[in-house]
Design a protein around this ligand. Structure first.
Ligand code: HEC
Length: 160
């Protein structure tokens, strides 16, 4: 066997071990159990199916829409109870979710960068599997109202 071939086999083994270790740690690593002070549940993992990425907000951003989104976030939608008054994920009800992932810090720059408007909308509408984030449409708000909140969530990014 040539040296190159041996090297290839060695490399493949190392890579295979790395992949196996990755899956193993994913299985044995428990989700964070404390809400306060825990880095949020791996933000790089999408919460919505890929087709959600392309959904478009039917509303143009305007001061009126932002105001409505703000009012829904802090009122009828009840989002502030978990995600906090300023979106930092530090709402009081979020503390009751001990054992599951904490509410998303909506001001988190990685979250804001990685998610499209469509994905944010999808999670608000359908909830996030295996977390305290339940489906909000149609039980709590309408699709239109969810889209207005998406604009509001983007405005949190622009302020921080
Ligand atoms: C009962 C507590 C609770 C309420 C109320 C709640 N959320 Fe959540 N939310 C969570 C939790 C827990 C997660 C999961 C965090 C994660 O995926 O890491 C989450 C996830 C999300 C996500 C997806 C985060 C991501 O990484 O893509 C968005 C967007 C979101 N919430 C927005 C809202 C909005 C808007 C409302 C109000 C209509 C709301 N949430 C109400 C607890 C809550």
């Amino acid at each position: 066997m040539g040296q190159g071939k041996v090297l290839m086999i060695l490399l493949a083994m190392v890579a295979g071990f790395g992949v196996a270790l990755h899956f193993f740690t994913q299985i044995i690593a428990p989700p964070p159990t404390e809400n306060q002070g825990v880095a949020s549940f791996d933000v790089s993992r999408p919460r919505a199916p890929s087709e959600a990425r392309k959904l478009k907000n039917p509303f143009m951003r305007s001061p009126e829409i932002l105001e409505e989104g703000d009012a829904l976030y802090h009122g009828q939608g009840g989002c502030y109870a978990c995600h906090g008054d300023t979106g930092k994920g530090d709402g009081e009800a979020g503390e009751l979710l001990a054992g599951g992932p904490p509410p998303r810090d909506l001001t988190n720059p990685s979250f804001q960068m990685l998610r499209t408007d469509g994905e944010i909308f999808w999670s608000i509408k359908n909830g996030v599997d295996r977390t305290g984030m339940y489906a909000n449409v149609p039980r709590i708000i309408s699709e239109e109202e969810a889209w207005k909140i998406v604009h509001y969530i983007r405005s949190i990014r622009d302020k921080s």
